[in-house]
Structure formats: structure tokens, C-alpha cells
Design a protein around this ligand. Structure first.
Ligand code: PGU
Length: 440
């Protein structure tokens, strides 16, 4: 259409599949609306949370008159980089002690992935990157635009709502030698399904035997189990064997620093000399992209990580967030199990019974698809790990829930458990029950 503008021929681009959910939510005037789209933590009151320890760190920074707003170096804040590597690889990591890790501060997890991908496209001999099917929707776009060639490996089995481990091993086994493999360090997005430690070990052996290059995306360290160390196990396994790997870290979720855009890319190398050269080349990637990273968020993180008292406080607040999410899983599971049985007068006894059953399922004692009130087996809600439940609801059911119940979520049926509260669980359970029973 010619309207005189040099951009007149542009077509309207669609909203982002994840961030666009918030745009639609914001436009909805309903008082009952619920945003379970974006993976962002909310309190029981449904409010965003700034951690106490973050407030304390910010206060210290504001009060420190010696602080200035000069440019950071291209690689970012030195303390932040050292402490970030320590956080993911462990304080006693030989790779750190031997100066074999090149760490650069980047713009949160996304920026770290992008810088890593641009570096690989320029300096690595294999352009193929294998990403899990499904994965975070931005992965294919980030890697393709950086110049890598995106392929997928089987990951999730809809039939079992668990890991397709055989498919994963077959696909990685068939990948060309040297190919890059994107691995979610923990709390896989969107499925909430992680390999066990034994499975990680098999993945590691296969990848090392084929010379596949691991690229970890660590966006949820601490959010899966509540423990920063436990959630870094997969990464540490790969570093312990002396081989090379890349890790993109984000502080968006675990420190609640979403909008501060603070993260790090680490490349673990075979020798200190290689690591130095890698860092020098990373600078050439970063400089023409955004010159150098912002100072505020990284200063908050460094302040917290270097003070043992603040660090401990952080771990307590982090665990509380992880625990609230786990409690939402239990409450939603109980609520769905109770749908259809609401007329039973002794419902309280019933609720307790369901809770006991929930724990039995978690400890893998039994599987009870036939006991749930809402048709179907919903035990995956309590089995899955991290911020999201991959409900198994299809896009029509999701559209129905948005239209009739004002519940917003991504069309693949993923819900952010962190967006739920005890107050909103019944509303969601009603919506799921109606979607399943009416939309088949
Ligand atoms: N990697 C994974 C696996 C993620 O889930 C996310 C965020 C990122 C990286 C990027 O996080 P940064 O904010 O850049 O550190 N995923 C969330 C947040 C919304 C989004 O899509 O960016 C999500 O809801 O999937």
C-alpha cells in the first residue's frame, strides 16, 4: 500500500509468543484476569517481588559516594565475572583455579546466548546447533540470527509427559561430530522435565565420545530444587571431565533482576592460554554490538555474591520462591483432583487423602490416573520441575480458557506456576476442568 512512507510496504509483525501474552493480558479489563504466560515470579498477593537482599545491596550502592557511572570494560565488571563463574562451576572448580574460564558480563541470559552464538559462528568449525524439541521459543531465533544452523533433538514425550531419553540419545548419536548441543542446565523450559543425574552422565559420555560441544543455558539456577549447587550439577559434570563447554547464565529469575538485564557467558577452555585468546575475541564480538554492558545490575549481583551474609540471605529468599512454586503445584494438583467430587460432604478428609496420594506419586510409589476428578492424569503437575508446568492442554483449550476465564498462557499449554497463588488456584482448576470436559 502506497501511503508515501518509505516503510509503507511493511506488514504488521505478530506479537512475541511469550511476551505478547502479557500485552494481551494488559488489555483485558476483567478483574478475574490471570497472567500465567511469562516466567516471572509473583508473590502470594500476585505482585512482582524485589528480594530484600537486592534492596539492601542497592542501598549500599546508593550510599557509596565513591561510586561513579563510568563505562565498564567491554567484558563488564571483573568481580561480577569471577563470582558468576564461581556460582555456576563451584568454588573449588579446577577450571577456575587453572584460569581456563573466560567469563564476560552480558545482557541477561538472552544476551549471553547471543554473544556465545556469534562467537561460535565466527570461530568454531561446526555451525550446526542441536536444540531440544520443544525449547524456549527464542532459542531458534537467537541462534539463527547469529549465523548458526539450527537442528533439533528429541526431548519430550507427550505420551509419558516425561523425557524421551531414547530419542535424545539416538538424535545426539546421529549428530555430526563437533556439532553444538544446547542443554538446559536445569528446570527445562517449557516442559519442566529434566534428565536424572544418571541420564546426564550418559548424555555427557555420548557427547564427549562424539566431540559434541555443550552450550548450557542456565536461566533457573536455584529455581528447580531451591539449591544453587544441586541445580548446577549438570554443568559441573561436564566441566569435571576437563572438556570444553559454554554456559549462559541469567540472574533474571534467581535474583529477580529481570529488567536489569544481568547475566554472564563463560567459556571453559582446555588451557589458560586458549581462555585468554577466547576472551580477546569475545571483546571483538561485543564491542560493535553494544560496546560494553550496564553497570547497575552487575554491581547488585557482585555486592550480594561477595558478602557471605548477604549470600546466605539470598539463598534463603531463593529457596522460599522455589518452595512457593512447589506448593502451587501441590495445590493445583489437589484442586484438579477434587473437581467433580465437590459435593462430597467430607471433602476435607478427601483433600487430605489426595495430599497423601500426591506425596506417594512424588516418591514414585504409585500412579493414579483413575483417581483424579478432572479427566486425565494430572500427576505431571507435581512431577515437573521449575517455573513451568507443561499441562498438555492444546491451543484450542488454551484459547477457550483465555476467552471464558481470562486466563493468559502460551498457546503450547505452558503455565508459569510462579504466577499462581492460593487464591487463584481454584479459578485455574475450574478453567482447566471446563476446557478438558467441554473441549475434549
Ligand atoms: N533461557 C531460558 C530457558 C529462558 O526461559 C529465558 C527466559 C531466557 C533464557 C532468557 O532470560 P533473560 O531474561 O534474557 O535472562 N524465559 C522466560 C521469560 C520471558 C522471555 O521469553 O524472555 C519465559 O517466560 O520463557
Amino acid at each position: 500500500m502506497d501511503c508515501g512512507s518509505v516503510f509503507g510496504s511493511l506488514v504488521q509483525a505478530p506479537e512475541d509468543p511469550i511476551l505478547g501474552v502479557t500485552v494481551a493480558y494488559n488489555k483485558d479489563p476483567s478483574p478475574d484476569k490471570l497472567n500465567l504466560g511469562v516466567g516471572a515470579y509473583r508473590t502470594e498477593e500476585g505482585k512482582p517481588l524485589v528480594l530484600n537482599v537486592v534492596r539492601q545491596a542497592e542501598q549500599l550502592l546508593v550510599n557509596d559516594q565513591s561510586r561513579v557511572k563510568e563505562y565498564l570494560p567491554i567484558v563488564g565488571l571483573a568481580d561480577f565475572n569471577k563470582l558468576s563463574a564461581k556460582l555456576i562451576f563451584g568454588a573449588d572448580s579446577p577450571a577456575i583455579q587453572e584460569n581456563r574460564v573466560a567469563t564476560v558480563q552480558c545482557l541477561s541470559g538472552t544476551g549471553s546466548l547471543r554473544v556465545g552464538a556469534e562467537f561460535l559462528a565466527r570461530h568454531y568449525h561446526q555451525l550446526a546447533i542441536y536444540i531440544p524439541q520443544p525449547t524456549w521459543g527464542n532459542h531458534p531465533k537467537v541462534f539463527t540470527l547469529a549465523g548458526l544452523s539450527v537442528k533439533t533433538y528429541r526431548y519430550y514425550d507427550p505420551a509419558t509427559r516425561g523425557l524421551n531419553f531414547q530419542g535424545l540419545l539416538e538424535d545426539l548419536g546421529a549428530a555430526p561430530s563437533g556439532a553444538i548441543v544446547l542443554l538446559h542446565a536445569c528446570a527445562h523450559n517449557p516442559t519442566g522435565v529434566d534428565p536424572t543425574l544418571e541420564q546426564w552422565e550418559q548424555i555427557r559420555q555420548l557427547m564427549r565420545s562424539k566431540g559434541l560441544l555443550p552450550f548450557f543455558d542456565s536461566a533457573y539456577q536455584g529455581f528447580a530444587s531451591g539449591s544453587l549447587d544441586a541445580d548446577a550439577q549438570s554443568v559441573r559434570m561436564f566441566v569435571a571431565d576437563g572438556g570444553e563447554c559454554l554456559v549462559a547464565q541469567s540472574y533474571a529469575k534467581n535474583m529477580g533482576l529481570y529488567g536489569e538485564r544481568v547475566g554472564a557467558l563463560s567459556i571453559v577452555c582446555k588451557t589458560a592460554d586458549v581462555a585468554r585468546k577466547v576472551e580477546s575475541q569475545l571483546k571483538l564480538v561485543i564491542r560493535p554490538m553494544y560496546s560494553n554492558p550496564p553497570i547497575h545490575g552487575a554491581s547488585i549481583v557482585a555486592t550480594i555474591l561477595k558478602d557471605s551474609k548477604m549470600y546466605d540471605e539470598w539463598t534463603v529468599e531463593l529457596k522460599a520462591m522455589a518452595d512457593r512454586i512447589i506448593s502451587m503445584r501441590e495445590q493445583l494438583f489437589v484442586a484438579l483432583s477434587a473437581r467433580g467430587f465437590l459435593l462430597i460432604p467430607l471433602s476435607l478428609i478427601f483433600y487430605s487423602l489426595v495430599l497423601v496420594l500426591a506425596f506417594k506419586i512424588l516418591s514414585k510409589d504409585i500412579s493414579i490416573s483413575y483417581l483424579t476428578g478432572t479427566p486425565g492424569d494430572w500427576s505431571h503437575i507435581i512431577k515437573q520441575i521449575g517455573m513451568f508446568t507443561f499441562t498438555g492442554l492444546n491451543s484450542e483449550q488454551v484459547a477457550f480458557m483465555t476467552k471464558e476465564y481470562h486466563i493468559y498462557m502460551t498457546s503450547d499449554g505452558r503455565i508459569s506456576m510462579a504466577g499462581l497463588s492460593s487464591k487463584t488456584v481454584p479459578h485455574l482448576a475450574d478453567a482447566i476442568h471446563a476446557a478438558v470436559t467441554r473441549m475434549g
